[in-house]
Ligand binder design. Sequence first.
Ligand SMILES: Cc1cc2nc3c(=O)[nH]c(=O)nc-3n(C[C@H](O)[C@H](O)[C@H](O)COP(=O)(O)OP(=O)(O)OC[C@H]3O[C@@H](n4cnc5c(N)ncnc54)[C@H](O)[C@@H]3O)c2cc1C
Length: 313
Amino acid sequence: MRCTIVGAGVSGLSSGIRLLESGHDAHIVSDKFSPETVSDVAAAIWYPFLVKPAERADTWGIVTYDVLEGLCDSAPEAGVRMIDGREYLRDVVDSPPWNDEIAAFRILEDSEIPDGYVFGWEFRVPVIDMQLYMPWLKNRFEELGGTFEKGFVERLQDLEGDVVVNCVGLGAIELCNDEEVKPARGQIIFIEQDPGVGHFDQQPETLTYTIPRTNVTVLGGTAQVGDWGLEIRDEDNDLILSKVEAIWPDLDRSKIVGGTVGLRPSRSEVRLEKEEIGDTRVIHNYGHGGAGVTLSWGCADEVVSIAGARKES
Ligand SMILES: Cc1cc2nc3c(=O)[nH]c(=O)nc-3n(C[C@H](O)[C@H](O)[C@H](O)COP(=O)(O)OP(=O)(O)OC[C@H]3O[C@@H](n4cnc5c(N)ncnc54)[C@H](O)[C@@H]3O)c2cc1C
């Protein structure tokens, strides 16, 4: 089957790779490529955050976890490694549904919980260095025979192919007139200091994180829904640093080396479904909010299964 994918972020590239591995042809059309996509800005840790529907996201997430964990050994050049992180909570809650599925998970002792929090857990998950991972995905897609074309798509039904896979993220506002898609602005800071374990508070209203990558640690964050501003704001940096210091008091501000901003493609829930637009068979795969990397391989598998099901019908 000839598949045209719109979008060259993590969703489009992962979908393309899985389609090629399943024996289909894949061609990506996109107006921007790495390093200019939102995916390039992702922090990025595996963690289902700011994404719905929860049950499907957890299933996609676990598939992705296993793939990313495997890449640590099979493809070190992809920039994925496992780290331990601690999530702190202001209420006692049930463990996340994926706690039995990941490499290590335990509830924290009281002595391990910072002031202001009452509960928490330690988890072992993949951290993905997107500066390495995006080029790796691109190379893998090309090695498998995939092709790229630069272009802005105005109508999905104008594209060639037996199936069109729509991975445009925020672009769906315009391309699909989808009013449920909104930017969730994320500002982050890079620091050359290792926190040992990552420290996290991933409630949307208090969002705080320290993600140790190979060269820098990423400090966050913000999740400002409806905010299109791409400039770095001093007041957001101040807020991030004060939130981080509350859970990582050893933070040394003199080691800050930069920062950036990205707009997460947030939506009431991920849109992963098929639609007939005229004679064009479309599979939508967008609206992954703060978890596009976390869900990427699970969603890509579902794209293939929908495409495959069409082939047989
Ligand atoms: C600060 C920050 C931190 C984050 N941290 C994490 C994290 O730790 N873990 C995690 O899992 N996720 C994280 N995310 C979220 C993650 O980055 C996104 O969910 C993910 O990148 C979405 O990928 P995508 O491929 O769907 O969209 P994008 O990366 O936005 O790609 C969309 C593609 O479609 C193209 N496109 C759009 N419209 C058109 C059109 N009309 N015609 C042609 N091409 C078009 C674009 O050029 C682009 O290539 C973070 C995001 C931010 C901003």
